[in-house]
Every structure is written in structure tokens, then in C-alpha cells.
Design a protein around this ligand. Structure first.
Ligand SMILES: *Cc1c(COP(=O)(O)O)cnc(C)c1O
Length: 427
């Protein structure tokens, strides 16, 4: 947007800008293809000589309006939607890494990200070194290699709720001439803007708070435009040398700050095709309109629930960055002073068994795989999302075997606490 509007205003007004007589609300461009009057015009689109739509596997106007809104919320220069958060992570990394390259990965990232990078991408010839995000700079520094191409971490780790020292990670990445990619799913751009602290690329699983209603899977990649790829052409040949599959275009020369997203769209989307459906982008846009209101309520409710649990005699431990007793309280105050997220983890004194017994007694709060939507839900990571991991990997990921992940919704907090109380009373 031309003016520097506040986030609440961006969430409502940005993206779709109807011209005279056009629909007020973002239309769903439910079309695989787009019509042109001349064959020459179409040819120019294929040559990336002109911007425009030709096939929805690469780009769609509905998607682009929603991506533009998220881009503005994050303070980036370019953004794209993907079919899922996993696809966003994969594209964000694969856009600058290939066989023979290396990634530095925070140990506490989401289980799906951990699998993608340490197992699936390994099969593609991309190696990674896993680091403890809380380790000293000198310790993490040892993980970097000649062929390292990026650092990947989460602003608030799912489900360990480790708050990333973004400045520390940005310093480390930049001292090795590589970008910091941050997954900002849990904090959302409402509570944290990692670009302000030195992150270069942001990914989102829009499936979570952004969509907010657990109705559609999606992802987003945003580029800050701050990382100067052209300074390191030998490190990033995909961006800095001619792309044979596009008649020798060099992305950094032709697209400047938009090089990274243009390459991901015109090359990765073209070849791998993980586009978000325009229907889902439309639903995501509706979710984004109320994101600031919902985040405020999620954080308010989570704070109350965390304080309630912390004071409960049957509760062994509570992890929530908003609690003064929390290890990450200071970091959270620095990077997300208005609140962190609605997710809490805790353990009961009865351990693993008490956790599953208690969960079975819940009436309002449901057991679901999902987190970060309007309905309060619980999950036992060790037996659900993280069950592929052994105990050692679980500990490394910050997942205790007795950990209950509670995603606090936007119901009245009195009802959420009452449900937890009756369930905990029964064990
Ligand atoms: C859920 C999640 C993902 C994966 O996103 P999907 O939309 O489920 O593919 C990635 N990162 C984080 C932090 C998540 O919570």
C-alpha cells in the first residue's frame, strides 16, 4: 500500500484493490488459464519479458493478492503462496540449495521440517548440520561449512516453544555470507517481524493462525530483498548465472530484489507445481482479515491458562514464553512484546500416563493434530506428531515424553479453564 498503514488496516484493506465497478471483495480467479489477443504477447510472458498470468500452476491473481498482503505485513519485497507450509519450507531452501550443498538447521524446528531437511533432502544430496538454537555463537559457528547455503530456524518452535534469538542467528548466517530463513508460523507477522531483526527470508504455514479456522492447508514465502545474492555468485549460481531453462536469464540481473521469488515461481512452481488453490487463497484472505483480533485473544487466553496451570498442584511444569518464570521470557519480550502465540505445553505430575488419561476426559477441548486455530485443542506430540522420532531426537527437539501441547483457542477463557479443571480433577 502507498501509505504506511498499521497491521490491522493492512489485514483488511491490502492485497485486492478494486478498480471502478469491480467486485469489492477479492474474487476467486477459478481459471487454469488466461486469454491473450496476440501470440507475441503470450510469447513475452513465457520469456519473462512481461509480467502477466498464463497458467495457474505458476501464478494466479487471487493467490498473488493474498501473497501481497502477507508480504506487506512482514515488510518484504516479494512473496508467493504455496500449497502447504511444507512446500514453502521446501521451496525456500531448494531455491538456493542443490546436491552437494549444506544447511544449518535449528534442532527445535517443527517435526515435518526436521524430516524434510534431514531425511528427504538428504536423499537429494543436500546435507545438514543440526544445532541447538540456545548454544553459544562460537558453538553454532562450528556447524558452518564451505558449502553451507542457508540457516533455517523457527521464531517460536513448534511444539518446544523455544524463542529464537533472531539477531544472533542473523549475525551467524551473515558472517558466513548466507541468508537466514525463518519460519514465522507461530508468532505470525502480527506478533513478530523477523526482517526487522535481520532475517532474510520468511516462511509460513498459513494453515495455522493465518487461516485461523482449520479449513485449508497452505504456505507462504516472503523475501525481505535484503540479502545481496549477487555479492556471492559462486555460492548462489542458480540466482546469479544464466538459467538455461529460461533462455539464459540471470535472475539477479533481470529482477533485482525480486530475483529470489521470481526464480521460485518461474522455476520451482513450473517444475514442481505446489501451487495453492485459488479457493484456498480466498479462504486464507478471509482469515487474514481478523488475524490481529484473533492473535490478541489467543495470547490473552493462553496467558490466563498458563498462569492457571502453573498454579495447579497436579501440574509438573508449564512452558509458555509469556510466563515470567519462562526461560524465554526475556527473548519473547524483546522480539514479540505484544504476545507470542496461543500454544502452551505442559506436563502433569503423573507423567505420560496422566497426560493421555487427562486428555481423554476433556469435553470442550478436542484431541486433534492441528494447532493454532480458533478452537482449543490438545495433542500428545510423543505419541502423535513426533512419533517417528526416538527419545534422543525427541529431547533434541525439545519434546518431553510427557509433554501435552495445548493450543488455546478464542473461546471464553473461563470455559477453557473449567474444562481443563474437570479433566485434571479426574486423574
Ligand atoms: C504446521 C507447520 C508447518 C507445516 O505446514 P503445513 O501447512 O502443515 O504443511 C511448518 N512449520 C510450522 C512451524 C508448522 O507449525
Amino acid at each position: 500500500m502507498s501509505k504506511n498503514y498499521e497491521k490491522e488496516t493492512i489485514c483488511i484493506q491490502s492485497g485486492w484493490k478494486p478498480k471502478n465497478g469491480e467486485p469489492r471483495v477479492l474474487p476467486i480467479y477459478q481459471s487454469t488459464t488466461f486469454k491473450y489477443d496476440s501470440s507475441e504477447h503470450m510469447g513475452k510472458l513465457f520469456d519473462l519479458e512481461e509480467s502477466g498470468y498464463f497458467y495457474t500452476r505458476l501464478q494466479n491473481p487471487t493467490n498473488d493478492c493474498v501473497a501481497a498482503k502477507i508480504c506487506e505485513l512482514e515488510g518484504g519485497v516479494a512473496a508467493m503462496l504455496t500449497s502447504s507450509g511444507q512446500a514453502a519450507t521446501y521451496y525456500a531452501v531448494f531455491n538456493i540449495c542443490e546436491a552437494g550443498d549444506h544447511i544449518v538447521l535449528s534442532s527445535t524446528v517443527y517435526g515435518g521440517t526436521h524430516n524434510l531437511i534431514t531425511c528427504t533432502m538428504k536423499k537429494m544430496g543436500i546435507e545438514c548440520t543440526v544445532v541447538d538454537p540456545d548454544a553459544d555463537e562460537s558453538e553454532i559457528n562450528k556447524a558452518f561449512k564451505e558449502n553451507t547455503k542457508c540457516v533455517f530456524a523457527e521464531t517460536i518452535a513448534n511444539p518446544a516453544l523455544v524463542v529464537l534469538d533472531i539477531e544472533k542467528f542473523a549475525r551467524l548466517a551473515h558472517s558466513h555470507n548466507v541468508p537466514l530463513i525463518v519460519d514465522n508460523t507461530f508468532a505470525t507477522p502480527i506478533n513478530c517481524n523477523p526482517f526487522k531483526w535481520g532475517a532474510d527470508i520468511i516462511t509460513h504455514s498459513t494453515t495455522k493462525y493465518m487461516d485461523g479456522h482449520a479449513i485449508s492447508v497452505g504456505g507462504c514465502i516472503v523475501d525481505s530483498g535484503n540479502f545481496d545474492w549477487s555479492k556471492y555468485p559462486e555460492k548462489f549460481p542458480g540466482l546469479c548465472t544464466p538459467d538455461e531453462s529460461y533462455h539464459g536469464i540471470t535472475y539477479t540481473e533481470k529482477f533485482g530484489k525480486a530475483a529470489y521469488i521470481t526464480k521460485a515461481t518461474s522455476q520451482l512452481m513450473r517444475d514442481l507445481g505446489s501451487i495453492q488453490s485459488p479457493q484456498n487463497a480466498f479462504l486464507l484472505n478471509v482469515g487474514l482479515e481478523t488475524l490481529p483480533l484473533r492473535m490478541e485473544r489467543h495470547c490473552y487466553n493462553a496467558q490466563k491458562v498458563a498462569e492457571y496451570l502453573e498454579a495447579h498442584e497436579k501440574v509438573a511444569w508449564v512452558n509458555y514464553p509469556g510466563l515470567k518464570s519462562n526461560k524465554y521470557y526475556e527473548l519473547a519480550q524483546k522480539y514479540m512484546p505484544n504476545g507470542s502465540c496461543g500454544v502452551i505445553s505442559f506436563g502433569l505430575k503423573g507423567g505420560r500416563k496422566a497426560a493421555s488419561d487427562m486428555m481423554d476426559k476433556l469435553e470442550l477441548v478436542a484431541i486433534v493434530t492441528h494447532v493454532a486455530d480458533s478452537r482449543t485443542s490438545v495433542l500428545h506430540p510423543a505419541s502423535h506428531t513426533h512419533r517417528q522420532m526416538n527419545d534422543e531426537q525427541l529431547l533434541e527437539a525439545g519434546v518431553a515424553p510427557d509433554m501435552i501441547r495445548l493450543s488455546v483457542g478464542i473461546e471464553n477463557v473461563k470455559d477453557i479453564i473449567a474444562d481443563l479443571e474437570q479433566a485434571i480433577d479426574k486423574i
